[in-house]
Design a protein around this ligand. Sequence first.
Ligand SMILES: Cc1cc2nc3c(=O)[nH]c(=O)nc-3n(C[C@H](O)[C@H](O)[C@H](O)COP(=O)(O)O)c2cc1C
Length: 190
Amino acid sequence: MIKIGIIVGSTRPGRNGDTVAEWVRDLAVKRGDAEFEVVDLRDFDLPHLDEAFPAAYGQYEHPHTRAWSERIASFDGFVFVTPEYNSSTSGVLKNAIDFLYAEWADKAAGFVSYGVDGGARAAEHLRQVLGRVKVADVPAQVTLSLHTDFEAFTDFKPAAHREETVTTMLDQIVSWATALRPLRTAEVAA
Ligand SMILES: Cc1cc2nc3c(=O)[nH]c(=O)nc-3n(C[C@H](O)[C@H](O)[C@H](O)COP(=O)(O)O)c2cc1C
């Protein structure tokens, strides 16, 4: 069965990201067409990129890189739950993406962004970055507003219509992750 990782893109104390990721996971697991797991960057404690070789070489020196590689390699697609920091995604998520290469390739991804203005700029930057590591990014996107989907900027109360967009996004991720499977299989076999 297709396996999708829901990546929490914030490690900040008091973050909103974990609550948003759990909301996506709780909606996703009601489907029966894929498995969904939350991936928390806090669990990997990655330093600023400290590998001597670019990730495309696949020669990882450090145990933290190998643990991160193993986790990401286990998925067929991703939901990136990203905050908007200064009109982009978080540094910690960009750094985590930079650590790997082949583990992202030929997989599908969608975005759940959040911020004062819905975090759309963060998701747009992520689309550009992920294109470089051969991720197929789906068009459906969930943009949560700190003004209307949260109370007091912290108490997550998503508008009812958001669930429909999550469903559309997950439909697209699962179908593209499935369609890209022959490419992933060919790369493993090569
Ligand atoms: C360093 C920093 C920069 C931010 N910049 C933006 C921004 O440019 N646009 C925006 O809409 N919100 C911005 N925000 C608000 C965050 O999107 C909001 O605090 C969000 O909850 C952060 O995600 P987190 O709580 O999961 O860490 C910023 C917050 C921080 C901490």
